[in-house]
Design a protein. Structure first.
Length: 106
């Protein structure tokens, strides 16, 4: 249930125009200091996960892994997405609070 609320919040951020999705757009958002949070799907390739972990560490952007490509894509009304960047501080804080309060449901 909490996961549904989490995905709904991602969808709301997308409708507000505050989500960049896909590897290229996510990378661009992080490197241009627009991303406040990066979410990568659990079924993304190990290379993709490592790339974003390292990038987020360097640029000091919170990084989380959750859900599947299909679930993340569906949450934002698109096809499969392995990575998302949330470009709004308020949405990012809310999403991080969901992660931190529900560690067993990641």
């Amino acid at each position: 249930m909490a996961n549904n609320k989490f995905l709904s919040l991602i969808g709301l951020a997308q409708k507000a125009g505050k989500v960049k999705s896909g590897e290229f757009a996510t990378t661009e958002a992080v490197k241009s200091f627009k991303a406040f949070l990066v979410i990568v799907s659990e079924d993304a390739s190990e290379n993709t996960k490592k790339e974003f972990r390292n990038m987020c560490s360097f640029y000091e952007v919170p990084y989380y892994e959750t859900s599947t490509k299909e679930t993340l894509g569906h949450a934002i009304g698109k096809d499969c997405r392995s990575s998302l960047a949330v470009c709004d501080e308020g949405f990012s804080k809310s999403l991080i609070n969901f992660f931190d309060s529900m560690p067993e449901e990641r």
